[in-house]
Design a protein around this ligand. Structure first.
Ligand code: C5P
Length: 222
């Protein structure tokens, strides 16, 4: 029997990482941060000067990603080749590059098996854009986590500020809007809720309230 899956999809900055980690800890399940999968490809491409449209170069990077995820108290912890890489993967440069490599269908196809390999007992919380639609279409529990662009930009701004990064709000807002559009309007795996997903709008909810709501959905569907 396949392990149960809770998919949490939505635009960037909606709080998917924090919500996924908290739900995974509460349920005792594994966690998959698919954004970090694309970010890892992007970071490796930047390191090796592989362009966003060099499909063959990108696909060969996808073959040797050694990624391990763990639900931390504030979000999903990511290890690439045994090293903690959260900070590098969250940089603006890697963020922008990740949504550019993610439009390539060959790259997405090359990452399917890797993502599906994270489905292990007792269960999986999978965080991303197309978890409920493409990667785990048979998941029994699907959530689409949304929030207004302004609210998401505010949250990201605070996060980066807290880390001591020098960020300009207007630039971050514009980058987020642009990335949203690219993710929503792309031909493959656009960021849209699955037909059977429950949409949760977190614009006016705090983290505890969102987690509570998602766990109630899980209890309801298991
Ligand atoms: O969720 P996160 O912001 O970390 O994702 C980074 C980028 O990876 C997104 O902008 C999106 O283009 C891409 N992505 C994707 N499919 C996923 C997860 C992320 O295309 N399932």
């Amino acid at each position: 029997e396949l392990a149960p899956i809770l998919t949490i999809d939505g635009p960037s900055g909606a709080g998917k990482g924090a919500v996924s980690a908290r739900c995974a800890r509460a349920l005792g399940w594994n966690v998959l941060d698919s954004g970090a999968v694309y970010r890892s490809v992007a970071a490796a491409a930047l390191e090796r000067s592989i362009a966003a449209d060099d499909v063959a170069g990108l696909v060969s990077l996808c073959g040797d990603l050694d990624l391990v995820f763990e639900p931390g108290p504030d979000g999903i912890l990511v290890r690439l080749d045994g090293r903690a890489v959260d900070e590098r993967l969250r940089s603006e440069e890697v963020s922008v590059m990740s949504s550019r490599v993610a439009v390539q269908p060959e790259v997405r196809a090359a990452l399917l098996a890797l993502q599906r390999s994270h489905r292990r007992p007792p269960g999986l919380v999978a965080d991303g854009r197309d978890m409920g639609t493409i990667v785990f279409p048979d998941a029994p529990i699907k959530v689409f986590l949304d929030a207004s662009v302004r609210e998401r930009a505010n949250r990201r701004y605070k996060q980066l500020k807290d880390k001591g990064e020098n960020v300009i709000f207007s630039r971050l807002f514009r980058d987020l809007e642009e990335r949203d559009r690219r993710d929503r309007e792309r031909a493959v795996a656009p960021t849209v809720p699955a037909d059977d997903a429950v949409v949760v709008d977190s614009t006016r909810l705090n983290l505890d309230q969102v987690v509570e709501r998602v766990l109630a959905i899980v209890r309801d569907r298991l």
